[in-house]
Design a protein around this ligand. Structure first.
Ligand code: ADP
Ligand code: MG
Length: 224
């Protein structure tokens, strides 16, 4: 009985996800069909329509590649990894995007801090959170990556100067497809939480309405 219950619970999560995917893909498809019909009818503003169509296709591309990431059987390759090196890689990767928005990414980390983790998965977590920070800031500013360790935990804080997060939506962050962005997928925090679970780590979100947000990742020092 217990097994059956677990199985049916899984089905409903899969069902939920499928419904979400269908919805996310159907909207751009409907809009693509509409624009193709307009073009077929021989409208004038072709260039404009082409641009919107490309945007819709790009949205579907992003969603499908993020879904592929989720569906990949993640094989953990856990080792002791330097936090500084992972943060450095991610900052190098996202620097161009930040610069374009006049955002400075600042990080101070001691070379010693290490965690037992899968390097590419933790980098994916950092990419998701730093990207969100960049996307949250509209007129420049600073993103700070601050690490800190205690006897029991190593933490990484991603602190931005964006608008913060309204209290009434904070609990929705990490629900599949929850986004407040025009071209968001609403999968970033969900993926982040999944990866952190695999590392017995967790995510804390601190946000004031107005004073920016802090996403804090806590890795336990003792790993199994
Ligand atoms: P997406 O970035 O595609 O919208 P995410 O799962 O990464 O999906 O984020 C979900 C939502 O959480 C965002 O749409 C946004 O409303 C909110 N959010 C996440 N990070 C931040 C941040 N640093 N500042 C403000 N809002 C944020
Ligand atoms: Mg995101």
């Amino acid at each position: 009985v217990e097994e059956m219950m677990i199985r049916s619970e899984k089905m409903s999560v899969a069902g939920q996800l499928a419904a979400g995917i269908a919805h996310e893909i159907r909207n751009p498809l409907t809009s693509l069909k509409g624009f193709l019909q307009l073009l077929q009818a021989g409208v004038k503003r072709k260039e404009e329509y082409y641009n919107i169509m490309i945007e819709e296709i790009e949205k579907m591309e992003t969603i499908t590649s993020e879904l592929l990431f989720i569906s990949k059987p993640l094989t953990d390759n856990k080792k002791m990894e330097s936090i500084a090196a992972m943060i450095h890689d991610v900052v190098v990767l996202l620097q161009p995007q930040a610069k374009m928005k006049n955002i400075e990414i600042e990080y101070t980390i001691s070379k010693k801090e290490q965690i037992f983790c899968d390097r590419s998965q933790v980098k994916q977590v950092l990419i998701n959170l730093v990207k969100n920070a960049i996307e949250a800031m509209d007129d420049g500013g600073k993103i700070r990556l601050i690490t800190h360790s205690t006897d029991t935990h190593v933490e990484i804080n991603i602190v931005d100067e964006g608008p913060g997060i309204p209290e009434e939506i904070i609990h929705k962050l990490g629900e599949p497809f929850f986004t407040t962005k025009q071209s968001g997928t609403g999968l970033g925090i969900m993926i982040t939480k999944q990866i952190l679970e695999r590392h017995h780590a967790f995510l804390e979100i601190k946000a004031n309405e107005q004073m920016g947000s802090t996403f804090r990742i806590l890795f336990p020092v003792i790993m199994n």
